[in-house]
Design a protein around this ligand. Sequence first.
Ligand code: ADP
Ligand code: ZN
Length: 754
Amino acid sequence: MPNSRTGVLLPLPVSGPYDYLPPANEPGGLPARGTLVRVPFGRRYLEGVVWGEGAGDVDAAKLKPIRDVLEAPPLPGVLCDFIDWVAAYTLHPPGAVLKMALGAPGALAPPETTTVLRRSAAPQLPRMTEPRQRVLDTLAERERAGLGLLGAADLARAAGVSAGVVSGLVGAGVLEPVSSRREFAVPLPDGDSPGPVLSDGQRDAADALGISVSKREFEAFLLHGVTGSGKTEVYFDALGQAFKENRQGLVLLPEIALAARWPERFEKRFGVMPLTWHSRMTPAARRNVWRAVASGEARVVIGARSALFLPFPDLGLIVVDEEHDASYKQDEGVAYNARDMAVVRAKLGGATVVLASATPSLETMENATQGRYQYLHLPERHGAATLPRIDLIDLKRHGPERWYGPGGPSGEDDRGQVGFVSPPLVEETRTALAAGEQVLFYLNRRGYAPLTVCRACGDRIACPHCTAWLVEHRGPGSVPDRGGRRLLVCHHCGFSRPVPPTCPSCSAEGTLFPCGPGVERLAEEVAARFPEARVVLATSDTLRGPAEALELGRRMTAGEIDIVIGTQIMAKGHHFPLLTLVGVIDGDMGLSGGDPRAAERTYQLLHQVAGRAGRAGRPGRVFVQTLDPRAPVMQALRAGDPDTFMAVESRERQMTGMPPWGRLVALIVSAEDEGAAQAVARALGKAAPEAPGVRVLGPAPAPLSRIRNRSRFRLLLKAEKGVRVQAVVRSWLQKVKIPSSVRLQVDVDPVSFL
Ligand code: ADP
Ligand code: ZN
């Protein structure tokens, strides 16, 4: 019997839809695709989504009915289609993708109710005291201002009285409790609010986007413009168009850019703060945003990559800002690239998608060249601001001098400390500081030193659970050897231990020494070389949330800081008018290793860091310290010539069949037992597909061969562009049985090769 059963997709990482009978209490038959339901599953009840007709592969007598239909807006059909698409493309189960889309615990529960207090119609007022009067005045004021009712504690706080005063008024019958749904009001952005007058080039780009939004058809754009060229102003204009047409907009930003001043800027333009979506939200905030998006009330969300899976019923515009950023790729769980999936989401929903960047990825450039994306170019910075000049400092010729604590060498055998700032950069810094300007030292290494080595035996201290060296952390402002905590931390698993007094390997005493630069160590040197300067550290250890990032921005703009030492958290989204000098301490970092995109990535990151200098009237200068000034990426930075560099990169990738000219799928096999992982990896290697245009490399131990006590092996499938890799991989995996102790992660279009 067809149509008597329905498939329900559950948010479990193992499943496709399961069959259920229609709910017993709904005579209307099968609920529509997207309907949120609760179903019996084993001994519990789970929330799931009606996915379509049942598969019919289970005996009808064993089927159970859907328990009930939830009081929640259904998932839009386009989101269901998107989930299926992402699952098929990434080779992850649709249930795992659904889990991301329902990613708000309790999002499906109806809004909570809460008890608030209102003025009763009591005929007679009791004895009034001054605090009691203040409570009544506060209530009256809030009513005049159109503000909602409050619960007892909030009302007492608003009136500035003790809780007892409020409960006294309740006892006297002047205030009465009523129950209220805790609704979440979403302020509407004003699409008509005028932005700045756009330059001709900006206007053309904004018009192209605006027209596209009005057409209500899928179109993809690359918005390519140097930092400060007005890309944000241009896509704000297009967002305004979407708001005017009552459609929704989504802006994806790299997570750390969210912490900066972006939401504030949006508020200035559109009059309201945007809703945001990121990994550090409270469950209540998640539920509110999820529901406001589903009901269509939320016109705009600014979010990290997972915002792509929110249930927008009418999404008109998606912006992927800093589209080249590697953080759009998720490696754990469902391995997907939010940049690429944003294009898919736009296609399924008839929306406009804009990928914006100063340094577009080769993949996106190639899509523009092929005409799949329309190309919009903003070649110049807005107004008088010019791009900073980038100079290279050859560390082989200008090695950093040693430095001493206050008062110089303490005796004849004080050989001072190893330095990381070269003499030319020291000079430039002095000049900038003398002119009252600010300096950024960029070093993408948290902690004090990346390596701790024993002078006696040469041993380096590694994590007991991972193939990784432990990184020394002293904490900002700590005084080493005088109570400052010296910890060795694993950046992969979080393991930590104090720096031991003796070498764990040879037991020699006092022989362990830090090796290489970290931002905390750099801070010591900077404090010694520029004793007058006010120095701050800006890393994910010191800036933990938006409030701290805002405070840093305020102090920078107010001129309360002279030198910032920052990791990549400082590379993005910040705008400091007084900052004119950027010194990149280790320009070569990230160039080594087996990542085919290493040079491209280095270019993008250093270009972005350089863009922090001289964004207002004052010209900026950037110095990149390098051991290899002749490397193509360094020459391209110096010459300000990304086109030639990218052309060379592109030819190299074409010759080696790397993306975007070939396709890659990585398989990562891991298990606590090394032998078990290796056996599966070998079996996969033996069963490797032998289709034309397909090659399998490996298995080989992963560069990070052990993480969190799990041994890891990698295989890499390389295919020619036209090959449908999903089909190839699916039949490959069917040939190998994987025991439950072994985990297999499939990564289509891998970005990380660790
Ligand atoms: P991008 O996103 O390309 O880095 P922004 O949109 O942030 O560039 O613009 C850089 C700065 O220039 C911002 O402060 C922005 O407000 C300002 N700006 C850009 N275009 C205009 C314009 N047409 N009129 C006034 N200010 C502008
Ligand atoms: Zn570890």
